[in-house]
Design a protein around this ligand. Structure first.
Ligand code: ADP
Ligand code: MG
Ligand code: ZN
Length: 653
């Protein structure tokens, strides 16, 4: 009994796998074959003869036995007869009276078919006219008679016509039920996780391909070591984190790093983007998660990588309607799977997000993504390393200096740098350069930072306004000791801007002080102030400056405590993307405080506006000179600026 029970159990467990996917297809195929076969002319070892031939054979004593089923008569001959193979029927109808044991000679139309010997025959009893002489004849010739009931026509019709349809209907009902039950897993593969399994051979990426993330590599070293030799950790009873969350802005190499971990450890890499979990069928997400982890368990030790975790991992209960049900189910399933790891699991779940603030707190609890690793924008040394990786396959001219390139690209992410290198190569190809030169890199950089050059026809007056606007930014920046130095200024329209004042920070800045921000606000307002002074009116071109300046001022007041309101951070959830969440939580300060914040922001902006006003009025002559230079040359670089504006005031210590 036991031996029988076990295979059955395992069969039942396997049901979701094989039963779902191809069992039904097999059934359908069999039905098709059945249908086909029932219309196929049957090829039998017996021959179909006319009734008269049958009677003649009986009279000749050549029939040993007959079987009568309704109107069908079949039986065996004593001696086999010769009968033409092909078109036996048409031959027979032409020779109804033929009663020889050899083939009919006058097979006019169907000649050339070699006669074959048949030991069995079948024929049809002429039931309409009847043949009362048949039974006496059979008895006289001592033929063995077997009678059978004709098959019930109802059963026959049902079997042949009805059953396939019933099965089809059953199939569709089953599909619909599956869907409704929220596990459309299987039949047509809706629920299959899209996690592509990268095997060890596929992941060739190693830590050497990721530059400028040394601390991250150190932190992940342990994960790699665990995946390489899990036994060591099990023996010591060490608990390895289930989940590691990589956090950082887009393009900082989170995906790359996850693949590098798999490559270093030499384990399978199952990768899925969280947005793929959520699709049009309800319940698909949850079944995908289940499937993904089932795959991982059978491949362990393995790495599961969930990209853009925030797509499913957003705070639950944050929406205004019930539209989140699907996502919440998926998230719940993910939590269940992660809790389901036992002590000896050998699966590490890596996830990446650039919005850790929106993640559901439940995801970050111990046992889930309890380790968070930040991948920030690369610093100078990191950028240099990334440049080196991405120019590996490029044909560089000798004048290309990686250090200078890295210096000139603060705030670039790894992806930006990869893009820059590619743009430079494209630029060189476009100009049919033999090798990629430094000027190709510079041009590519301008294109990326400022957008492509935009052909735009401006009349003389508009150009003048733009020249004074950009000149205003430049003059304020030049004479504000803390502001970032101006690298160049141009009135060539690029991207969405009519002109650009390009400032380059001296080094990487992790922390900025209040005086720097105040100067920066003044620079932002400088363009508008200049228009005000020179033309005594303001154009809409200054709109974006004002928006950005207001944002910065508000942040200074509410987040960084840089105002009269003092040391307090308001609006910690400024970046909360969920309308519903904020409405539910409410503001954590009163209307009166809100009014004071607004007043403080306005005061700050007004103060900075006056500072810009003072600087521009003081250096009005230089501004005019700069505007003329801009109108003449369109772009003014660093050296020319020094010539026009004179030396910059030294930064106070
Ligand atoms: P993320 O997942 O953080 O958005 P990706 O890993 O997709 O970023 O990075 C995109 C591309 O940028 C990578 O394929 C790689 O070419 C390049 N890149 C990003 N960061 C680095 C880095 N630290 N070192 C080398 N290349 C990098
Ligand atoms: Mg990514
Ligand atoms: Zn401006």
């Amino acid at each position: 009994m036991d031996t029988q029970k076990n295979p059955k159990d395992s069969q039942k467990q396997k049901l979701p796998n094989w039963f779902n996917s191809w069992f039904w297809w097999l059934i359908l195929l069999l039905l098709l074959v059945w249908n086909f076969a029932s219309y196929w002319p049957s090829t039998k070892a017996s021959v179909s003869v006319p009734y008269s031939t049958f009677i003649a054979q009986v009279q000749a004593g050549n029939v040993a036995q007959v079987k009568i089923t309704g109107n069908d008569i079949s039986g065996t001959f004593v001696k086999p007869i010769l009968w033409p193979t092909a078109s036996a029927k048409s031959a027979a109808t032409q020779q109804p009276g033929n009663n020889t044991t050899t083939a009919p000679k006058a097979t006019t139309k169907t000649k050339k078919s070699a006669p074959t010997e048949y030991g069995k025959f079948e024929t049809i009893f002429p039931s309409v006219v009847g043949d009362p002489a048949l039974m006496p004849l059979l008895k006289a010739k001592q033929v063995r008679i077997v009678a059978a009931n004709p098959p019930s026509p109802w059963i026959a019709t049902f079997l042949i016509d009805g059953l396939p349809f019933l099965l089809l209907i059953g199939f569709f009902i089953w599909m619909a039920r599956k869907g409704a039950m929220g596990q459309a897993g299987g039949a047509l593969g809706f629920g299959k996780s899209k996690a592509r399994k990268y095997t060890t051979e596929d992941v060739r990426v190693t830590f050497d391909d990721v530059a400028g993330a040394e601390e991250v590599k150190t932190e992940l070293e342990q994960v790699v070591d665990f995946l390489r030799s899990p036994q060591k950790y099990h023996r010591l009873g060490a608990r390895i984190p289930h989940g590691v969350l990589l956090v950082g802005p887009p393009g900082t190499g989170k995906t790359l790093m996850a693949r590098a971990v798999a490559g270093e450890a030499g384990v399978p890499f199952l990768n899925i983007s969280a947005s793929e979990f959520v699709e049009m069928f309800v319940g698909v997400g949850a079944s995908r998660v289940r499937d993904l982890f089932a795959q991982a368990k059978s491949a362990s030790p393995a790495i599961v990588f969930i990209d853009e975790l925030d797509a499913v991992g957003r705070r639950r209960g944050a929406g205004l309607g019930a539209v989140n049900d699907e996502r919440e189910q998926t998230l719940n399933q993910l939590l269940v799977e992660m809790d389901g790891f036992d002590e000896r699991h050998e699966i590490i779940v890596l996830a990446a997000t650039n919005r850790p603030d929106v993640l559901d707190p439940a995801l970050l609890r111990p046992g889930r993504f309890d380790r968070e690793i930040t991948m920030g924008l690369p610093d100078l040394k990191g950028r240099e390393g990334i440049f080196h990786i991405h120019v590996r396959d490029l044909d560089l001219a000798p004048d290309v200096d990686i250090h200078t390139l890295a210096m000139a690209s603060p705030g670039f992410s790894g992806a930006d740098i990869a893009n820059l290198c590619n743009e430079a190569a494209l630029m060189a190809a476009e100009k049919s350069h033999q090798q990629i030169t430094m000027s190709d890199f510079e041009e590519a950089q301008d294109k990326i930072i400022l957008g492509g050059v935009r052909p735009l026809l401006l009349d003389e007056h508009d150009r003048k306004i733009v020249a004074y606007h950009e000149g205003g930014h430049t003059v304020v920046a030049w004479f504000s000791p803390q502001a970032d130095p101006v690298h160049k200024v141009t009135i060539i329209p690029r991207g969405r801007a009519l002109g650009v004042t390009e400032q380059l920070p001296g080094g990487d800045q992790y922390n900025v002080n209040k005086r720097y921000l105040l100067d920066r606000l003044a620079v932002m307002l400088g363009g508008r102030t200049s228009e005000e002074i020179v033309f005594e009116s303001i154009t809409t071109g200054a709109e974006n400056d004002l928006v950005e300046a207001t944002k910065l001022a508000r942040r200074m007041v509410t987040r960084w405590g840089m105002s009269e309101l003092g040391l307090i951070a308001f609006a910690a959830n400024e970046s909360q993307p969920f309308l519903g969440y904020e409405m539910a939580q409410g503001r954590d300060y009163s209307e009166a405080t809100a009014a004071r914040i607004d007043a403080e922001v306005r005061r700050l902006l007004e103060d900075r506006h006056q500072a810009a006003h003072r600087l521009i009025t003081e250096h009005r002559a230089k501004l005019d000179k700069l505007a003329r230079a801009l109108l003449a040359h369109e772009t003014v670089g660093r050296e020319k600026l020094e010539e026009i504006l004179g030396p910059r005031p030294p930064a106070p210590a």
